[in-house]
Design a protein around this ligand. Sequence first.
Ligand code: FES
Length: 131
Amino acid sequence: MQPVAHLVKVTVPDYLANLPIPDSFGGWFRLGFKDWLALVPPTALAAGVTYTLYRAWCPKARKVVTGRTNKAVQLSNPKVVDTIDVEDISEKAAFCRCWQSRNWPYCDGSHGNHNKETGDNLGPVIVKKKK
Ligand code: FES
């Protein structure tokens, strides 16, 4: 406990007391290079602590998880169901599984942006005729 007490009661106050913080506004313009260099670590620490607190307590800084996967397709329907006749598929068709496509139910490549933004690995299901 002795080292912690010394750090809190002696080391940190001495360090802060020796920082080259000027007494007046004009004093900031008279600081030398070494003075500015000495201010970098406490400024970085203060910025890091502030940013961490902002991320922890500010609701806008947190990512909102709605729990809803489908955010665009037939939102007024209680359940989205599509039926496609196999005979209507020429050679092959790619069907969306990410719910981001603007050409629902077909894949339009929107899963690429979704995967980039979220780190997900979604992709279409491809249906093709046997040859
Ligand atoms: Fe949804 Fe390709 S756009 S899987």
